[in-house]
Design a binder for this molecule. Structure first.
Ligand code: HEC
Length: 107
């Protein structure tokens, strides 16, 4: 059995680094990529991660409420991950004013 050479180790390190950079840049923001990963990991254990996909709230609080309820039910989301996930859900599924339309009046 041959040990991994120093050159290979360096190559691997650089490969992982460029993947990390690509994930950070790939259309979504770095925060969104992290949020998507949390959603997959923490939410797909009991039901599809897309259970949330048909909820379109106008504020992030709607998502925070559901995620908090799911954490109580056992979803493994840390306090540090909560805002990342809520931000991801809101930017991905939240209700946005139609492009070009006037912003909705606040009551
Ligand atoms: C421990 C198991 C479990 C995990 C993990 C879990 N859920 Fe759930 N989820 C449930 C159960 C059980 C229900 C159905 C009970 C209910 O509707 O009150 C549900 C229902 C839902 C619903 C539908 C509720 C509604 O009001 O329509 C949404 C949306 C949802 N989960 C989102 C999530 C998200 C987002 C995560 C990750 C943060 C998550 N769930 C993780 C068990 C889980």
């Amino acid at each position: 059995m041959k040990l991994v050479s120093g050159k290979t180790t360096l190559w691997l390190a650089m490969t992982f680094l460029s993947v990390a950079v690509a994930l950070g840049q790939g259309g979504a923001t770095g925060g969104n990529a992290a949020g998507a990963a949390i959603l997959q990991r923490a939410c797909s254990g009991c039901h599809g991660a897309d259970a949330i996909a048909n909820h379109h709230f106008e504020t992030a609080d709607g998502y925070r409420d559901i995620v908090t309820t799911m954490i109580d039910a056992g979803a493994p989301v840390t306090p540090q991950e909560l805002p990342v996930l809520v931000d991801y859900l809101f930017t991905t599924y939240g209700k946005k004013p139609a492009a070009g339309a006037a912003p909705p009046s606040k009551k």
